[in-house]
Write a protein of this length. Structure first.
Length: 137
């Protein structure tokens, strides 16, 4: 073999094996327990970003009871808070807050929170599948 031929052949094999891999990729890992538990992923810098306007959200709160079954999904006395959300990429979750304190998460439509008694101030935060977040003012 010519001088340097083995090294040239090894470089050629490496180039061939990397041909189907993205050129600008960052692989990442974050974990506990000596790296056995955790999250793993990759970022392709050549991929176009999936950025768009944040989702829209509004919350409607109504009182419920036996006489109001036409308006509420519940027959029981209390209130019902419904989050009306929209986003072109899809909704991942809606978080409800009562008087600023976390109450519950809803991950499927209809996004509803039921409660008993008089309703405290209800707010909500929506997260779309791309990670964009909007909070009800």
């Amino acid at each position: 073999m010519r001088p340097g031929g083995a090294a040239r052949h090894a470089r050629h094999r490496v180039r061939q094996s990397l041909r189907n891999q993205p050129e600008a990729t960052l692989f990442l890992a974050a974990g506990t327990n000596a790296g056995t538990d955790g999250e793993y992923g990759r970022i392709d810098f050549g991929a176009p970003p999936r950025l768009h306007a944040p989702p829209s959200i509004s919350v409607r709160v109504i009182l419920c009871g036996p006489a109001l079954t036409a308006l509420c999904r519940s027959r029981f006395p209390g209130y019902e808070a419904t989050a009306n959300v929209a986003d072109p990429s899809g909704i991942a979750k809606v978080d409800f807050f009562l008087s600023g304190a976390y109450a519950r998460t809803s991950v499927a439509a209809p996004y509803i929170l039921f409660g008993s008694g008089r309703p405290p101030p209800v707010t909500a935060t929506v997260t779309d599948v791309d990670g964009n977040i909007a909070t009800m003012p």
